[in-house]
Design a protein around this ligand. Sequence first.
Ligand SMILES: Nc1ncnc2c1ncn2[C@@H]1O[C@H](COP(=O)(O)OP(=O)(O)OP(=O)(O)O)[C@@H](O)[C@H]1O
Length: 298
Amino acid sequence: MPALEAQLAIHKVAKENAQGLYASPPAQGSGWQLDQLEVGVPGGDVLVRLHTHIAPGRLTAIVGPNGAGKSSLLATLTGQWAPHAGQILFDGQPLTRWPSADLARRRAMMVQDGSVAFDFTVQEVVELGRYAHRLQPSRNEAAIVHDAMAATQMEAFAGRSVRSLSGGERARAHLARALAQVWEAPSGDQARWLLLDEPTAAMDLAWQHRTMDLLQHWAQVRGVGVVVVVHDMNLALRYADDALLVHGGGCLHGPVGDVLSLQTMRDVWGVGCFAATAPDGTQQYLFAGADVGMGLGG
Ligand SMILES: Nc1ncnc2c1ncn2[C@@H]1O[C@H](COP(=O)(O)OP(=O)(O)OP(=O)(O)O)[C@@H](O)[C@H]1O
């Protein structure tokens, strides 16, 4: 079995191998250094062990089965949950030493549950993204809010109660809020980050692709680090640079095509899968259903 395939026998190695394909994380620097990190629900068991580095300017897809710990990892990256063990360094400094106001200007989060406590309009929700900048506002505050709504085509909904929106529209409003929060670099050339938990889950096919395309653009052109939880392997294969697969208590982190191999589909999800190449050369998968091996039904 080739070395890569051996590493991707996930269920056999995950518990021992918390490193993945990026087995030697670079020395402290920009981005997220996950140093012998153990993630879990506060007071609960450890769900995932990780030792890796997430670099800015790349789109990293977090993938894995339901309940594997993807949202728990994001909650730990944002500092909402403390790690069970190990530490997180953000731009070389322990996350716990970062003042929350500084962090809020550098990274925006979009959670899975997009419900809001008050009856805010879409514009008010997007303006909330600018709250972190209230002490040092940009000269472009109004334009940023407008442009963030335009980026997700929500200008026409600006005055609508966010509670009245469909699931996909609400997701676009919250994405606009996150974009507004990190629209401009706060100072110098510091990288900004988007940490997004299944932003495309409620979106139709077109918006799934528009959203991932937008995020890829932000990573490639603006140098923003994008960490996004997705369940759609074809979205990950098409738009992500890297995949961080969370499974069986460990993780595999590496170039998306290496991590999300045909073997991974079978080993982790038990789903038969065929590769097809799109006209633009992107590898995509056709799924043959659960536990059917390589047969296409019948
Ligand atoms: N607040 C909580 N209290 C108790 N258990 C929790 C809590 N939040 C999550 N869990 C449990 O921790 C495990 C990991 O949950 P998490 O939401 O991180 O998974 P996930 O990989 O994001 O799953 P999904 O793909 O379904 O969104 C699950 O078994 C879940 O039931």
